[in-house]
Design a protein around this ligand. Structure first.
Ligand SMILES: Nc1ncnc2c1ncn2[C@@H]1O[C@H](COP(=O)(O)OP(=O)(O)OP(=O)(O)O)[C@@H](O)[C@H]1O
Length: 222
């Protein structure tokens, strides 16, 4: 098994009135290709900050982030988000309401030829079990269906790594439980390497191959 994501001794923080406020320090993990890793921990412990750094929205203050053999972040090196091959499915990343499900899924494929794009969109809709829903608009889909379209949209450009930040938190309990299992199976079927952030321990246990608990800005178990 090859290591897909390698984070070594990462430090992250925010500039404040009294200098750098360090949020993550001495954070390290290695995640194998095709596996789902989960960061679990209480509110405010730095989970989202780690995901933002992997996606390229926060600079590494120390340490480094590597994806495969590509160096993403280290002090002095910062690959822009659009060059990282990192996909995102965040709670606040709602679907575009004025685009159909198919247009949403094809959004990241605009540079591809129309025929290839349509084929990839159809493949992704089938993967998430919504092959017939391409012409529908988001408001014509249930919450769970919308999240599956959001997953198809994130997977369409074939990211090397998918980041999921509390992706089910807006859903009711029963839908949430069902979707947790469905998304896990879809990711495994696609062979997708992914990092999930949650503070729901049960969700972590159902979804993840590896679980890391964050405490004081670092992983205490992985
Ligand atoms: N843009 C920002 N500027 C300054 N401080 C920030 C910023 N974003 C987050 N923080 C601080 O960094 C710390 C970690 O926040 P983060 O959002 O990473 O936590 P989290 O573990 O994802 O929490 P939650 O589970 O509530 O989403 C918190 O103390 C937060 O107040």
């Amino acid at each position: 098994m090859t290591v897909a994501l390698h984070i070594h001794d990462l430090q992250l923080g925010y500039d404040g009135p009294r200098g750098l406020h360090t949020v993550v320090d001495g954070f390290s993990l290695a995640l194998d290709a095709g596996r789902i890793g989960c960061l679990l921990g209480p509110s405010g412990c730095g989970k989202t900050t780690v995901l933002r750094a992997i996606a390229g929205f926060e600079p590494a203050r120390a340490g480094r982030i590597e994806l495969g053999d590509v160096l993403l972040s280290t002090p002095g090196t910062h690959l822009p988000p659009e060059h990282r091959r990192v996909g995102m499915m965040f709670q606040e990343y709602a679907l575009f309401p004025h685009l159909t499900a198919a247009q949403n899924v094809g959004f990241g494929l605009r540079r591809q030829a129309a025929v290839a794009r349509a084929a990839r969109v159809a493949e992704m809709l089938a993967l998430v079990g919504l092959a017939e829903a391409g012409a529908r608009f988001p408001h014509e889909l249930s919450g769970g269906q919308q999240q599956r379209i959001a997953l198809a949209r994130a997977l369409a450009p074939a990211p090397a790594l998918l980041l999921l930040d509390e992706p089910f938190s807006n859903l009711d309990g029963a839908t949430r439980e069902r979707l947790t299992v469905e998304v896990r199976d879809i990711l495994h079927q696609a062979g997708q390497t992914a990092v999930l952030v949650t503070h729901n321990e049960r969700e972590a246990q159902v979804m993840a191959d590896r679980i890391g608990t964050m405490h004081n800005g670092r992983l205490t178990r992985w």
